[in-house]
Structures are given as structure tokens and as C-alpha cells.
Design a protein around this ligand. Structure first.
Ligand code: FMN
Length: 194
């Protein structure tokens, strides 16, 4: 038996990858061509039934300002504590670029909605990995605003059956991101051989 081909560079990347803090991201963000490549990477995920139950909304410039203001309004309407309201507004206002990854559930006898939600999460993760591998800083966020129907429908233009799986922030991170504690894999792994 021959040994499997090992892609050492990819393994090393996967072993050490980590997100940048959202507030450490600055301009420049990916240009349209660079982003297109990242979105192609993001869309290359397992997808039961090939339903493509997601779409992307690329938010930049004035859209981020508009959405930041809407976060403040919605926070007031929903009685969100002032600190949380301002923090999420700042996340939009400060972002160089956000790709909203939208779950667009498709009718299917093969793949229930929960599976479609999982594949959309995989899209977010692949976008993070692709962006980080290309040298961008990236962070996957949601927060209370991602649950607000009014924000989704009036702010982002989603239809009633769509929802936000992630706001993936993209930009330049000049400082090395801090790592965080990682799970003890042995403690959460069960081996079964009978
Ligand atoms: C679905 C999802 C939503 C998240 N939403 C938030 C959020 O709203 N605010 C936050 O501070 N972190 C949030 N996080 C965590 C950030 O992505 C955090 O930076 C991440 O744990 C870093 O992990 P990494 O270094 O392995 O990429 C979220 C993570 C996931 C998977």
C-alpha cells in the first residue's frame, strides 16, 4: 500500500488557522476579482441533492453605514441594552466588507432544511478558510441582529423563508490574530470498534 499524498502546506494551514478580531480588520478588502475567487471556494462544499441552498450578499461602503444605522434603530425597538446595540452597529460601520451568507431553503425530498442549514454553515467556514489562506483577515459573526426579521427583510432584502447564516467580515489584518483555547479532542472523541 502506498502512503497517501500529503499536502503539508494545507495541513499546516488547517492546524494553525484562526480568525482575526472584527475590530482589527481594515481596508483594503478584496477587490471584485479577488472576492469572486473566494466565493467560488466558499461554494465548493458538500451539498446533499445539489440544491445550492445559499446565496451571497456583498456589503460595502454606504450599505454598511446604512445597516449600521438600522442596527441602532432596531436595537432601540427591540430593547437591546445600549452596549450591545452600539457594539453591533460598530461591527457594521467599521467593517471593510461583509459577505452575508444567506440560507435559501429549497424544497427537497432528499435534504431536509436542517441539512441545508449545515451546508450553508460549511459555506461560511470555507469562505473563512479561503480568505485566510489568501492572506485576508476574516471573522464569522451573527449576533442578535441576525435574528431580526425586519433587519433581514428591509435591511438586506431577504424573502420570508430566507435567513442569515453568517456575516463574514473580510479585510486586511496587520497584526497577528490572538489564538484562543482549543478543544481537547481526546475528551470529546469516542472510538467504537464493535
Ligand atoms: C455561527 C457563528 C456566529 C458567531 N457570532 C459571533 C458574534 O456575533 N459575536 C462574536 O463575538 N463572535 C461570534 N462568533 C465567534 C467568532 O467567529 C470568533 O471570532 C471565532 O470563535 C473564532 O474562531 P477561529 O479562530 O477558530 O476562527 C460566531 C461564530 C459562529 C460559528
Amino acid at each position: 500500500m502506498t502512503a497517501p499524498d500529503v499536502n503539508t502546506a494545507v495541513l499546516e494551514f488547517l492546524k494553525t488557522r484562526r480568525s482575526a478580531a472584527w475590530n482589527a480588520l481594515t481596508q483594503p478588502a478584496p477587490n471584485p476579482q479577488e472576492l469572486h475567487e473566494l466565493l467560488e471556494i466558499a461554494a465548493r462544499v458538500p451539498d446533499h441533492g445539489i440544491l445550492v441552498p445559499w446565496r451571497f450578499i456583498v456589503l460595502q461602503g454606504k450599505a454598511l453605514k446604512r445597516l449600521s444605522e438600522m442596527v441602532l434603530e432596531r436595537g432601540t425597538a427591540l430593547n437591546i441594552p445600549d452596549e450591545k446595540r452600539r457594539k453591533v452597529a460598530m461591527m457594521f460601520d467599521h467593517a471593510p466588507m461583509i459577505v452575508a451568507v444567506i440560507l435559501t431553503p429549497k424544497p427537497s425530498d432528499i435534504s431536509p432544511e436542517w441539512e441545508q442549514r449545515l451546508t450553508t454553515g460549511a459555506v461560511c467556514m470555507s469562505l473563512l478558510n479561503g480568505a485566510q489562506a489568501a492572506g485576508w483577515g476574516a471573522n464569522w459573526l451573527t449576533g442578535w441582529i441576525a435574528q431580526d426579521r425586519k433587519f433581514m427583510e428591509q435591511g438586506l432584502g431577504l424573502s420570508a423563508d430566507e435567513s442569515v447564516s453568517g456575516f463574514v467580515h473580510l479585510g486586511t489584518c496587520k497584526s497577528e490574530p490572538n489564538d484562543r483555547v482549543r478543544p481537547d479532542v481526546d475528551a470529546i472523541t469516542t472510538w467504537v470498534d464493535m
